[in-house]
Structure formats: C-alpha cells, structure tokens
Design a protein around this ligand. Structure first.
Ligand code: BDR
Ligand code: CA
Length: 317
C-alpha cells in the first residue's frame, strides 16, 4: 500500500476523507496531523480522534499542530461545519489524547521512518506543512508527492476568487507550492463536482456499522441558518475525500502541469491561486515578471461516477 499522511482541519468533509483513507486497501494511513481551519485546533484534534475511533482505527497517531496561520489570526468556518466543526452530530468524545509530540515533529518522524516515500494529503490550511518544510527541509527526500485540497482555477468560496484553505493561510500555501516536490492541486473546480446521490446517502445512514453510518450522516450534513431543520435526504459532496480518492485512483482525475502562484497582496485577490492556462511555448513560461512560478499538476476534470463508486465501495467495506 501507499504510505500516506493526512493533514486536516476536521471538518465534515475531512472526516469523510479520514473514513475513506482508513478503509482503502491500497492506502496505509501512517499518521494524521491537525491544524486550525474549519474550527480551532483543539476542536480539530477532538473531531479527528473521534472519527478514527468510529472508523475502527484508534491506533493511528494524531498530532496537534498550528493554532493559527503564519501571519493572520485564525478564522473558523463554523457557519459551514457547525458549532463543533463537524456537523453537530452529537458524536461521543474521544477516549484517547493526541500524540505527545506536536504535528510538525510527528510529520518529520513518520516521513523519515517510512520505508517508502510518503504521499502527503493536506485537506486544510497549509500552516503545518509550511512549518514542516521550513523547519525540516530534509523530509522532502522521502516525500513522493503532495496532493492537496485547495485553490481554484475559476471561482473561489471564501472570497469570489479564493478557496478557503489557501485563503486562510496564503503564505503557507505559497511555501508549499515552491517546495520543490511534485504537487497535485485538487481544487474547487473538481472538489465541488463529486456528489453522492441522495439514495446512496440514505443507504449509508441506515447501516448498522458505525463508520459506514457516520459517512452517511456526514454526507447528509447541510449548513443551515440558525434554527432551521437540515434537509434529511439530500445528495452529499465528497469534498476533501475526493483528494484522497485522487491518491488511491489517480486515473479518476485529469491534470495538467501549469504554473500556479498564490496572490499574497492585501485586497480582493488575496489567497487566489493564479493558474496560468495560456498556451505555453515552453518551460520559460515558469518565469513571469521576474518571478519564478511553481509548476503544479492541476486537476481540471474528474470522473464523478468513478469516485462516487470508489468511495461507497470503500466505506462500506
Ligand atoms: C475546504 O475548506 C473546508 O471548509 C473544507 O474542509 C475543505 O477542505 C474547501 O474550501
Ligand atoms: Ca478541510
């Protein structure tokens, strides 16, 4: 199996990603690290530990990471993910505590200890990953690839042009992109498209197996205005779990190697991933206005049915 580490801000759809990673036979989930994003980092740690227990994988080390982005204060997404950051499903508190080392130390240890190069899957603001790359650059020798959920070629969500994970910590995202390791960007353009039909969500919710049932509950979660009842029987997006599908089954996405830059300027474009899709005469295109731009494998299309099928097969194992 492929050794993977997920860095997340669990998070309704991060939880879907964890459930999938734990159950997919071609993936060896070696650690999970947590960062402030959808909710505060302690909430993320708690949610992550709970999900791993529900998934039947209580032994995977979990590291507590950055409490806030490199430059800015943390800004949660509770309006999307509920007061507990994970859909307010009333899940039990975890029975264990995180690792006694911080996320960056855990990442370094697990990456260097892996017998095969690790694939990192960040599904959250990139603060932990940026700190890792700056503090312990030697880890890149045992990183196969970084497949991150973040960015957008066309439309943003946190702002008209910026996707939440990159917008939350743009400097960290810029450090990731220029790390010199192969990077796949699983951005909003594909993220938004992979949706599980309502009937399948209903079936998962009726399961007697806790992990499968949890996947159904999470897929059914809908952000609601205060006091409003969530729609019970709706289709649900895989969200971050799609990025893990892209590691287990890379042929489900179509990518192109394109120059990508993060807008760090204050103002309306901050946090935008500027993807250059102009026809390119050659490699010289990575230089733009004197700056050197990263070449990133950008996911431009996704086989929706293939990933929905893969997800369902895997979590119903
Ligand atoms: C990303 O932001 C978070 O709310 C989701 O978990 C996902 O990682 C989408 O922009
Ligand atoms: Ca996330």
């Amino acid at each position: 199996p492929i050794p993977v580490i997920i860095d997340c801000d669990t998070g309704v759809d991060d939880a879907l990603a964890l459930l999938f990673a734990v159950r997919h036979p071609a993936l060896d989930l070696r650690a999970v690290t947590c960062v402030a994003g959808n909710t505060d980092v302690d909430g993320v740690v708690r949610n992550t530990l709970t999900v791993l227990e529900q998934a039947g994988a209580p032994g995977i080390p979990v590291g507590r990471g950055a409490e806030r982005p490199l430059l800015e204060p943390a800004r949660s997404a509770r309006h999307v993910h509920g007061a507990d950051g994970m859909g307010d499903l009333g899940l039990p508190a975890p029975t264990r505590v995180p690792a006694d080392v911080d996320a960056v130390t855990l990442l370094r240890r697990e990456i260097l200890a892996s017998p095969r190069p690790v694939t990192l899957i960040p599904t959250a603001p990139l603060t932990n990953i940026a700190l890792l790359l700056r503090t312990h650059p030697e880890v890149t020798r045992n990183i196969e690839r970084i497949v991150f959920m973040g960015g957008a070629v066309t439309t943003g969500n946190a702002t008209p042009v910026a996707e939440f994970n990159v917008w939350h910590d743009p400097e960290a995202a810029a450090i990731l992109l220029t790390a010199g390791v192969p990077i796949t960007m699983y951005g909003l353009d594909v993220f938004m498209r992979v949706v599980v039909p309502a009937g399948e969500v209903h079936r998962l919710r009726a399961s007697g197996e806790p992990g499968t049932r949890l996947a159904g509950e999470l897929l059914a979660h809908r952000p609601t205005a205060q006091g409003e009842q969530p729609e019970a029987e709706e289709a649900g997006g895989l969200g971050d779990a799609g990025a893990v599908c892209a590691v287990a089954d890379p042929r489900g996405i179509s990518t192109r190697l394109l120059p990508v830059e993060v807008s760090l300027a204050p103002g309306p474009s901050r946090g935008q991933t500027v993807v250059d899709r102009r026809p390119r005469p050659g490699e010289s295109e990575i230089h733009e206005g004197g700056r050197e731009r990263a070449l990133v494998d950008v996911a431009l299309d996704v086989d929706v049915d293939r990933y929905v099928k893969l997800y369902l097969e895997t979590v119903e194992r």
